[in-house]
Design a protein around this ligand. Structure first.
Ligand SMILES: *Cc1c(COP(=O)(O)O)cnc(C)c1O
Length: 385
C-alpha cells in the first residue's frame, strides 16, 4: 500500500484512497468504527483527532478521502443523504435575499428543497435551460450566488457544457455547483472542468447496490469546505459508520459497474430507437441526441440512465412502467439491478404544475448490469404491440 495514492489511476484510487489496512490487526479492509465517542488521553488528548462521532469517525473519514480523490477534489464531506449534503452546501453559500439559478430539469427534490424550504428563509430561485448560454446569462442577477446544474439531467438526459458554465459563472462571481450523481466521477469530473463544487447522492451509483442512503460534497475550496463541515457538525446530518463502510465497498467497483451500465444502456437505446411503440429515446450515446458530441468530449462513456417517450401517450407509458418484470418499478437509480420509473408521478411528482414538470409520456430506465439479452427481452414483452 503506497503512502500516497495521488499518482495512481482512477481504478487504483477507487480501491486504495483512504483504505489503509488496520494498523492494529493488519485487517486488509479498514474496520467499521461503530462507536459514538472516543477516549481522551487526559482532557483534550484526542487520538487521531477523534472526539465524538458527529464531528468525526474514522470510517466516515475513509470514505471522505476516497470520494475526494475520485472527484479530483481536496476536501470531501459525507452526509446521511444527498439532500442533507445539498442542504449544508446551500446554507454555507447563501444568506437571505440571495438567488439561485437551477437547471430546468434538476432532481425534483433539489427544486423542492430550495423553493419550499429555503424559500421561506428569503432565498429566491429561477429555473433555466442550462444548455442555453444566453438564457443562463439573462437569469443571473446581482444577488445570484449559485449556478446549479445536473448533466446528464433527469429525466431528459440533457447535456450541459460544464467548462462553459463554469466560465460564465465565474465572470459573474457566482459559485458553480454540479450534481454529479448521474454520471459519477468515473464518467465525468466537474472540478477538473472548472466547477467549484460537486454534490452527490451516494445512494445511487457510488453505493451502487441500492442498500444505502448517503450524500457528499466535494470541493477544492478550503474555506467553503470548512463552512460545510461546521454546518454539518452544528446540524448533525452525518453519514453513519456502517453506511460509510457500505458506500466505500460499493465505490471500489464503480469503474467496472459504470462500464457495464453504459454498454447495457447503449444497447437498450439502440434497440429501442426504431421501435414502433416508442416516439423517442433520450440517451446521450445516440448520435441523434442533441448533446451527443458534447457528451463524447465531457464524459468517458454515456452512463446507465435513459428515458423513452411512448407513442401511445400517458396511459401507454404507465402501462409499460407497470409491465416489466426484471426492471422493477421503483424510485431511485444507479444500483446493479435495473429499475423502471414513471417520473411524472414518482421522482418528479413534487414539480408537477411547475416549469420542471415531466411529460406524461416519459418512462425512465436505470439500466442495471444484468445480461443485456434479458433486459431487452423484458422491455420488449412490456411494450404495447
Ligand atoms: C437521489 C438524488 C438526489 C437526492 O439524494 P438522496 O440521497 O435521495 O437524498 C439528488 N440529486 C440527484 C440527481 C438524485 O438522483
Amino acid at each position: 500500500m503506497p503512502e500516497s495514492t495521488s499518482d495512481l489511476g482512477f481504478l487504483s484510487r477507487a480501491i486504495h484512497a483512504g483504505q489503509q489496512f488496520d494498523p492494529t490487526t493488519g485487517a486488509v479492509v479498514p474496520p467499521i468504527y461503530q462507536t459514538s465517542t472516543f477516549v481522551q488521553d487526559g482532557i483534550g488528548g484526542f487520538r487521531g483527532g477523534y472526539e465524538y462521532a458527529r464531528s468525526g469517525n474514522p470510517t466516515r473519514d475513509a470514505f471522505q478521502t476516497q470520494i475526494a480523490s475520485l472527484e479530483s477534489g481536496a476536501f470531501g464531506t459525507a452526509f446521511s443523504s444527498g439532500l442533507a449534503a445539498e442542504d449544508a452546501l446551500l446554507r454555507a453559500l447563501l444568506v437571505p435575499g440571495d438567488h439561485v439559478v437551477l437547471g430546468n430539469d434538476v432532481y425534483g427534490g433539489t427544486h423542492r428543497l430550495i423553493s419550499k424550504v429555503f424559500g421561506s428563509w428569503g432565498i429566491e430561485v429561477s429555473t433555466v435551460e442550462m444548455a442555453d448560454r444566453d438564457a443562463v446569462r439573462a437569469a443571473i442577477r446581482p444577488t445570484t450566488k449559485i449556478l446549479w446544474v445536473e448533466t446528464p439531467s433527469n429525466p431528459l438526459m440533457k447535456i450541459t457544457d460544464i467548462a462553459l458554465l463554469a466560465e460564465l459563472g465565474h465572470e459573474a462571481g457566482v459559485t458553480v455547483v454540479v450534481d454529479n450523481t448521474f454520471a459519477s466521477p468515473y464518467l465525468q469530473r466537474p472540478l477538473e472542468l472548472g466547477a467549484d463544487v460537486v454534490v452527490h447522492s451516494t445512494t445511487k451509483y457510488l453505493g451502487g447496490h441500492s442498500d444505502v442512503l448517503g450524500g457528499a460534497v466535494v470541493t477544492n475550496d478550503e474555506e467553503l469546505s470548512e463552512k460545510v463541515r461546521f454546518l454539518q457538525f452544528a446540524t448533525g446530518a452525518v453519514l453513519a459508520p456502517f453506511e460509510a463502510w457500505l458506500t466505500t465497498r460499493g465505490v471500489k467497483t464503480l469503474g467496472l459497474r459504470m462500464e457495464r451500465h453504459s454498454s447495457n444502456a447503449q444497447a437498450v437505446a439502440e434497440h429501442f430507437a426504431e421501435h414502433p411503440a416508442i416516439e423517442r429515446v433520450y440517451y446521450p450515446g445516440l448520435p441523434e441526441h442533441p448533446g451527443h458530441e458534447l457528451a463524447s468530449r465531457q464524459m468517458r462513456a454515456f452512463g446507465g440512465m435513459l428515458s423513452v417517450a411512448l407513442k401511445g401517450g400517458g396511459a401507454a407509458a404507465r402501462a409499460f412502467a407497470e409491465s416489466t418484470k426484471l426492471f422493477q418499478l421503483a424510485e431511485s437509480l444507479g444500483g446493479v439491478e435495473s429499475l423502471i420509473g414513471y417520473p411524472s408521478e414518482m421522482t418528479h411528482a413534487s414539480v408537477r404544475g411547475t416549469d420542471l414538470e415531466v411529460p406524461e409520456t416519459i418512462v425512465r430506465l436505470s439500466v442495471g448490469i444484468e445480461d443485456i439479452a434479458d433486459l431487452i427481452a423484458d422491455l420488449e414483452q412490456a411494450l404495447p404491440r
